[in-house]
Write a protein that binds this ligand. Structure first.
Ligand code: F6P
Ligand code: MG
Length: 454
């Protein structure tokens, strides 16, 4: 049940695995310790302070393990639903492995689970999210792109009354393609790569979500968007459609996902949307339930943007109110299965989380957002760039009941597949001409697998 290519590991110096395991993860953990210390200094109750100090000590211990390349130990039973899955995987595959020689994907996920354990074993701080401040902060610093979208999309989507059905379909098609790109490029602002971005840097990245879409389509190296449109129209005619988003990052990316999901509902391309988030803080910026609620509520009630005009604020409130209404009516459903925060790749989804697999198999389209989900779909291994996507995702394409899947991902790590028959040449040329193209987030893929009805 494994792909024929080797998975990336921390000691592979030629890959981003090495830089991540060696320096990015300790930096991220250091910032997490700073955040908890800041919170500590804000407390007045001795019980809370003493308990939080213990959490910080455990984080220091994790830092020693990580930088000293310790062996991976089992996760402490903190009563969470995922402990058994973690320890089964460690016992079965990674006994005796350390942070550097375990597969990168597993070791990196394991670090976030160990970080969670620092808090989940405490008395008062079980829900504490060391990345929460950063996540909300970055959204607050995304004003330009946020209002560009809200000013355009607060008004409900309507087709012109005097147009022919063909013209209307074309309007919808163009809108669909545009918003698919908004949703895709919303993924370039994740916090794990861009620790301490300046406002200018955020703006430059998010500019893509605005006006420059035609030119950015050229940067989508494997592009099944047009086939995706055909499928959406077919589904609309048949069932009205359920779409699932396996979410990636909170804040601006989640906002873009919601703009897209809103359009899918309004246009009738979908009638119900399920959003899948994480149970605890994960890869710095991934969406938790608190992030989800925060976004919708801050849009309606908050005052995050001191320089915004009243019209801009009202557009944001309108959007937020509409989205909250979808939730009330059950058209938008937020979920968080424990499997999403394990070290398993999605090659094991059908066997390790059969309930989740069955649930997803009832969807008309499962959209996997972002780089980490892409790594998990493809087993994070060194497959050639010409490998067809359906082959690269193994059982998620071929198991009975596999849903239709699309991966929308800006490329931020080594694994690149689905570039077509000439893919290997394309990749080689980029290696020569633009070293770093696999981690810059400048390029992307939108790759589709048709699934296999059960
Ligand atoms: O640490 C590396 C990584 O897992 C990369 O896959 C990517 O750079 C980042 O973390 C997460 O990106 P995303 O938020 O798009 O999944
Ligand atoms: Mg992420």
């Amino acid at each position: 049940n494994n792909p024929p290519w080797p998975a990336y590991r921390g000691y592979h110096r030629y890959s981003f695995a090495h830089a991540t395991m060696q320096s990015r993860l300790p930096t991220i953990l250091g910032k997490a310790i700073d955040d908890a210390t800041r919170t500590l200094n804000e407390q007045s109750s001795e019980d809370l302070i003493v308990d939080l100090l213990e959490c910080i000590k455990r984080m220091d211990g994790l830092m020693i393990d990580l930088s000293g390349n310790a062996k991976l130990r089992p996760i402490i039973d903190d009563g969470e639903a995922d402990v058994a899955l973690w320890n089964k995987e460690i016992a079965k595959y990674f006994q005796g492995n350390d942070f550097m020689n375990a597969p990168w994907l597993f070791a990196e996920a394991y670090k976030y689970r160990r970080l969670h354990e620092c808090f989940s074993t405490s008395k008062y701080w079980q829900e504490y999210d060391v990345f929460y401040r950063q996540k909300s902060d970055t959204f607050a610093r995304s004003a330009d792109a946020v209002f560009e979208l809200s000013m355009r999309f607060a008004e409900p989507f309507q087709l012109p009354k005097d147009a022919t059905p063909e013209e209307n379909l074309e309007t919808e098609r163009l809108m669909f393609l545009e918003l698919t790109q908004v949703c895709l490029w919303g993924n370039s602002t994740d916090l794990s790569l861009l620790i301490n971005m300046s406002e200018e840097q955020i703006k430059a990245l998010q500019a893509t979500a605005g006006a420059h879409l035609a030119s950015t389509e050229g940067n989508i190296l494997g592009n099944h968007m047009h086939r995706l449109w055909e499928i959406m129209v077919e589904t609309r005619e048949k069932t009205g459609g359920r779409v699932d988003f396996v979410l990636d990052n909170a804040g601006f990316e989640l906002y873009c996902d919601c703009v897209y999901a809103d359009f899918l509902l309004q246009s009738g391309l979908a009638s119900k949307i399920h959003f899948h988030g994480k149970r605890f803080s994960w890869f710095v910026s991934d969406v938790t339930h608190r992030d989800w609620e925060w976004l919708l509520n801050v849009m309606v009630y908050g005052n995050l943007f001191p320089n915004a005009t009243e019209a801009e604020m009202e557009s944001l409130r309108r959007l937020g109110r509409r989205w909250k209404q979808y939730e009330k009516e059950g058209k938008w459903v937020y979920e968080q299965h424990p499997f999403w925060c394990t070290g398993y790749t999605f090659w094991d989804l059908h066997s390790e989380a059969p309930d989740l697999f069955l649930h997803l198999s009832k969807s008309d389209l499962v959209i996997f957002k972002g780089d980490l989900n892409h790594r998990k779909l493809t087993y994070d291994c060194a497959a050639p760039a010409s490998t067809p996507f359906e082959q690269a995702i193994g059982p998620m394409a071929s198991a009975a009941g596999a849903p239709r899947v699309v991966s929308m991902r800006t490329i931020k790590s080594d694994v690149v597949v689905g570039l077509g028959p000439k893919g290997d040449e394309v990749a080689k040329k980029l290696d020569r001409e633009e070293p770093g193209w696999k981690i810059s987030g400048k390029y992307a893929v939108v790759l589709l697998s048709e699934g296999r009805p059960g």
